[in-house]
Design a protein. Structure first.
Length: 256
């Protein structure tokens, strides 16, 4: 057989193989585009439900309105970024995230503010564990200690100072919550004075002066006093802002 004929057959074989692969690849690409187009326009992938996870204080109806994801919208066309921004405008919502859940749902996860105390300004406001003043308190959210002594003028003219006071008050709240001798439910008020610092007003009427000192060792000293018989359920004035000692006097005879 002629060597030239052998080379011709080899060339023809390679051409046939190349054409086969080209045709197969074209079919795959065309099939892929067809499948993508079918998914993008299929009724199966329309939004049938918008559900919320983690929302307890924020009503679902209000969150759904703020998310503004319309039923019947194609799942791939739902604007999740816009939905997140809308949900995060709700006063109870600290942070939100969203995801598509096939075949036809948008799922929005919500992290709500955790209130720790009330702030007395022009009205009572809820303060979160992060120090955010996030919502005016209603009648169903009054069972928290009240931070007093911050004026509306201070919040407007010196917001950083006001925020520092709130952070210090939250640190006192944390110290009380971790104390073995004082129940957080006994604490009625955390009062701030620009000259004297902080004091605690208990539900019994007892006033405990902490000043600007670290509240943890101060309350530890108070706990040791209670172990030795001090009864803070009897209204009295307890000054812990005097070094390593404490001055206790009945409230009917306040210290001069």
């Amino acid at each position: 057989m002629s060597p030239l004929r052998t080379k011709q057959r080899t060339l023809i074989s390679r051409l046939r193989q190349g054409l086969t692969w080209t045709f197969t690849g074209g079919c795959v690409v065309a099939g892929g585009w067809g499948a993508a187009d079918a998914i993008a326009h299929a009724d199966t992938f329309q939004v049938q439900e918008v559900r919320f996870v983690g929302s307890e204080k924020a009503p679902t109806g209000q969150l759904r309105h703020l998310a503004d994801v319309q039923t019947g919208t194609h799942l791939f066309h739902a604007d999740l970024s816009k939905a997140i921004k809308g949900v995060e405008t709700h006063p109870w919502v600290d942070e939100a995230s969203a995801r598509r859940r096939f075949p036809g749902a948008v799922e929005i996860h919500v992290r709500e503010h955790e209130p720790k105390m009330l702030l007395a300004l022009d009205a009572l406001w809820l303060v979160s564990n992060d120090g955010e003043v996030f919502k005016r308190a209603d009648s169903g959210a009054m069972d928290y200690p009240i931070l007093t002594g911050i004026t509306p003028t201070l919040t407007k003219e010196h917001p950083k100072v006001a925020r520092a006071v709130i952070d210090d008050a939250l640190n006192i709240h944390k110290a009380v919550d971790g104390d073995d001798q004082i129940a957080l439910t006994e604490l009625s008020e955390i009062h701030f004075d620009a000259n004297a610092g902080f004091s605690l007003v208990m539900r019994s009427g007892t006033r405990i002066v902490i000043g600007f000192a670290d509240p943890f060792p101060a309350l530890d000293r108070l706990s040791r006093m209670r172990e030795r018989g001090l009864d803070i359920n009897t209204p009295q004035h307890i000054d812990l802002d005097v070094g390593n000692v404490a001055i206790v006097s009945p409230l009917h005879s306040p210290p001069q």
